[in-house]
Design a protein around this ligand. Structure first.
Ligand code: 5GP
Length: 116
């Protein structure tokens, strides 16, 4: 499945822009964040275009569950499971959403500050 997303993540999914991929299957890719907020900072991105979590609906339930399970597996693979990590969706300006294509942040590998 490819995406018609007109964002940097759409370009990465289509192979039109580079990224360090850590996971890919028919539904998702996961990449290292270009501007990491912690020692480990990954983004789990659905290939199908959903703008943000507010646009998700019943038909996306399985995909959303898979994103979280893949995020947890990647945390395990990165060796940050025992120390702890955070899975985050940003939505809207107040949360600082920069890229309007749904993505799950996987952040850890060090002590994290309290979420705002
Ligand atoms: P948001 O604030 O939208 O939830 O997070 C978007 C994330 O995408 C940011 O953490 C930002 O560093 C990351 N990002 C933006 N452009 C690129 C890019 O071209 N490549 C990668 N790997 N990450 C990006």
């Amino acid at each position: 499945m490819t995406t018609d997303s007109d964002t940097i993540f759409g370009k990465i999914i289509r192979g039109e822009a580079p990224a360090e991929k850590v996971f890919e299957d028919d539904d998702l890719i996961a990449i290292r964040d270009i501007n990491p907020l912690a020692k480990v900072h990954l983004l789990v991105i659905p290939k199908t275009f959903i703008r943000d979590i507010s646009q998700a609906n019943e038909s996306h339930k399985e995909l959303l569950g898979k994103m979280m399970l893949v995020g947890a597996q990647l945390a395990r693979d990165e060796g940050i499971e025992n120390g702890g990590y955070r899975l985050t969706f940003n939505c809207g300006d107040d949360a600082g959403l920069l890229v309007p294509h749904l993505h799950l942040h996987v952040i850890g590998g060090q002590k994290l500050g309290a979420p705002a």
